[in-house]
Design a protein around this ligand. Structure first.
Ligand code: AMP
Length: 395
């Protein structure tokens, strides 16, 4: 296949997600996931030319997983790999765009780990392994936070003493930037509007969820903040709560900060509300069968999402369209229609048939004629990371 090949790596503490992206093709020749790394039941799942494969990696480290990957990448790229793009969650306020992984850049990513203690060190494990195995290839970091560095001060500052911002980096950063960027550009493309003269509200709804106001290709506000806990109700994350909740739980239940963090990040959200699942599909099925807690969880999710979109609209001079993406946004027509039901002043009329049709990867407009535009646009973070990597190779 002609065109350059980029390997996209998303490394977690015990997993490596990867995709080989060819600049001329929408399909990934190779993609997969190495999971449970470091344990006896470490496993590698991958799809090569449409065929699924699985193999045990018994006790493999990240580096060993990369070693297994190497011949596959060679084969799928016909021996012609041009660069590697690594997803890094937190770039702090330092990185406004993707950047080549040099020792000084790695130091800054390490320093930003205080803001993303679960994610940045995990991302760096993948970076180190990959740099050792591919020392001659240009490698780049693409940050979830970078797209939001265009937010104005009044959107990113918290109303707390200034010294916490100036000396301790306490501010709103925002996440899912790669997805918000990809989806807003795609929305402009689909509607024949120039990126640099278009205004969007994006709802990225997956296990993690966030909204974003995008003006002329730039993020102007987003619902996640210092960490990915702020904002919407998510699979297991609470989203916004009263900041006094931590004190209250400490005073009344004696919970320490670690316990409170675990509850708010791993036991709350859809899971906490429903007591059943963090998975929207499971909740929609349970709700259809009369499960009241599942119904409440869905209602809270949609109402809070609508509130977030309404508040994000403050960042827009006009609205060219509302865009749904992510596993829930791309598939759950009921969530889309319920959310829009809570936005009566947005002048949206849904095309119900189109709303039901736009699932499982089908993109399109789901609003009726004369309505404020509503789109479903499947996200593609791997492609966006590859696009940014290619742009840096060209620079
Ligand atoms: P993501 O993190 O983007 O992969 O999204 C995961 C979320 O998408 C989970 O809550 C899934 O239940 C949800 N999801 C995936 N497919 C569907 C579907 N067909 N209907 C409703 N929710 C779905």
């Amino acid at each position: 296949m002609s065109g350059r090949n980029i390997l996209v790596i998303n490394s977690g503490s015990s997993s490596v997600k990867f995709a080989l992206v060819n600049e001329n093709s929408d399909e990934f020749p190779l993609q997969g996931l190495a999971e449970r790394l470091g344990s006896d039941d470490a496993v590698l799942n991958w799809t090569f030319e449409g065929e699924k494969h699985v193999t045990s990696l018994h006790g493999a480290t990240h580096k060993e997983a990369f070693e297994r990957l190497l011949p596959m990448v060679q084969k799928a790229s016909h021996g012609s790999l041009h660069g590697i793009g690594h997803r890094i969650v937190h770039g702090g306020a330092h990185f406004t765009k993707a950047t080549q992984l040099r020792p000084d850049v790695i130091e800054v990513i390490e320093a930003a780990a205080v803001l993303a203690p679960l994610h940045n060190p995990a991302g760096l494990i993948g970076v180190q392994a990959s740099l050792e195995l591919y020392p001659d290839l240009p490698q780049f970091a693409v940050f979830d936070t970078a797209f939001h560095q265009t937010m104005p001060d009044h959107a990113f500052r918290y109303a707390v003493p200034e010294v916490l911002y100036t000396d301790h980096h306490v501010r709103r950063y925002g996440f899912h930037g790669t997805s918000h960027m990809y989806v807003s550009r795609k929305a402009a493309e689909i509607t024949n509007l120039p990126v640099e003269d278009s205004c969007w509200l994006i709802a990225h709804l997956g296990n993690g969820s966030s909204t974003c106001a995008v003006v002329n290709g730039e993020s102007r506000d987003t619902s996640m903040g210092l960490t990915p806990l702020e904002g919407l109700v998510m699979g297991t994350r609470s989203g916004d709560v009263d900041p006094s909740l931590a004190n209250h739980l400490n005073r009344t239940l004696g919970w320490d900060l670690a316990k409170i963090e675990t509850v708010l990040t791993k036991e709350s959200g859809l899971l906490g509300l429903s007591g059943l699942s963090n998975d929207m599909r499971t909740l929609l099925e349970a709700s259809a069968q009369g499960n009241e807690k599942a119904t409440l969880a869905i209602e809270v999710f949609c109402y809070r999402l609508a509130k977030s979109l309404a508040s994000m609209s403050c960042a827009l001079p006009r609205l060219d369209g509302l865009v749904f993406t992510g596993g829930i946004g791309e598939n759950a027509d009921i969530v889309r229609s319920k959310t829009i039901g809570y936005l009566p002043f947005f002048n949206i009329t849904l095309d119900e048939e189109a709303n039901q049709r736009c699932v499982r990867g089908v993109a399109g407009q789901i609003s009726a004629a004369n309505s404020t535009r509503v789109l479903v646009v499947p996200t593609n973070e791997e492609r966006q990371i590859a696009v940014e990597t290619l742009a840096l190779l060209d620079a």
